[in-house]
Design a protein around this ligand. Structure first.
Ligand code: KIV
Length: 277
């Protein structure tokens, strides 16, 4: 049963930072998905998605690049505006792209653009950038910290690999997550993290965790929309699932997205086959 707060007409209330905290407390999983335009935003909202992420993955799935590095703040502002126009009840989270949060002042300028011009409700940024998170939170800007695999550092990392393996790396990630929470982060996203490490971090934090390739014990899940629809450019990541063609039921794209929401909420996605040890 949904524990999302409802309004007096029993309609779905807008999802806010407080809603996400409440969902964690109640053990209700958070369903998050990327979108980059108004049409898909409306489909996600109707399917019951809680949070829509305008990810810098748009560099790959919309613009055709090999990485997220070429994505600019103008690109994310534009796509956030498109999504926000039809986001309905969903909380709109916008990615801060590569080099758009070099220092607190720079981050404040760009987060302001994402919120004022794009209509974002929350910004997401990669790495344990505590001074930036504190500056944004200090100005009342909701923040999602992104730990684990950080695709903006792909040229430094040398490949898309699981992060946080081994006791030392796992403890460091847990410490980063706690420090991000203390600095004011409202959500922590964990990408490509061993399932036990993500479970430990989720249990240690008061704020919700959202996983992608981080196992079923996170407080919510996110996927890139194109992966869910089986139209990933190149090889679909192991942690994703094609909800459009994996199940032989009618209903097309809206039904596939609704199946994803149900699978996240009932804990049947992600399975062991989508997770790392
Ligand atoms: O850009 C994006 O879509 C993301 C997800 C992979 C979490 O950051």
């Amino acid at each position: 049963m949904s524990t999302t707060p409802v309004d007096n007409n029993n309609a779905r209330a807008p999802v806010t930072v407080s809603t996400l905290r409440h969902m964690k407390e109640q053990g209700e999983k958070i369903a998050m998905l990327t979108a980059y335009d108004a049409s898909f935003a409306a489909v996600l909202d109707a399917a019951g998605v809680d949070v829509v992420l305008v990810g810098d993955s748009l560099g790959m799935v919309i613009q055709g690049h090999d990485t997220t590095v070429p994505v600019t703040i103008d690109d994310v502002v534009y796509h956030t505006r498109c999504v926000a126009a039809r986001a309905g009840h969903m909380l709109v989270m916008a990615d801060m792209p590569f080099m758009s949060f070099r220092d607190p002042a720079h981050a404040l300028d760009n987060a302001t653009r994402l919120m004022q011009e794009g209509g974002a409700h929350m910004v997401k940024l990669e790495g344990a950038v505590l001074d930036v998170v504190a500056a944004l939170a200090g100005q009342g800007i909701p923040v999602c910290g992104h730990l684990g695999l950080q695709p903006q550092s792909i040229h430094k990392l040398g490949g898309y690999r699981v992060q946080g393996r081994g006791n030392e790396a796992a403890a460091a990630m847990r410490e980063d997550a706690l420090r991000m929470q203390d600095a004011g982060a409202d959500v922590i996203l964990l990408e490509c993290v061993p399932v036990d490490v993500a479970r430990e971090i989720s249990g240690a934090l008061d704020v919700p965790t959202i996983g992608i390739g981080a196992g079923v014990h996170c407080d919510g899940q996110v996927l890139v929309l194109q992966d869910l629809l089986g139209i990933t450019p190149g090889r679909r990541p192991r942690f994703s699932q094609d909800f459009l063609s994996d199940v032989a039921t009618p209903g097309g794209i809206p039904a596939a997205i609704a199946r994803y929401v149900v699978a996240v909420k009932d804990g049947s996605f992600p399975g062991d086959e989508h997770s790392f040890s």
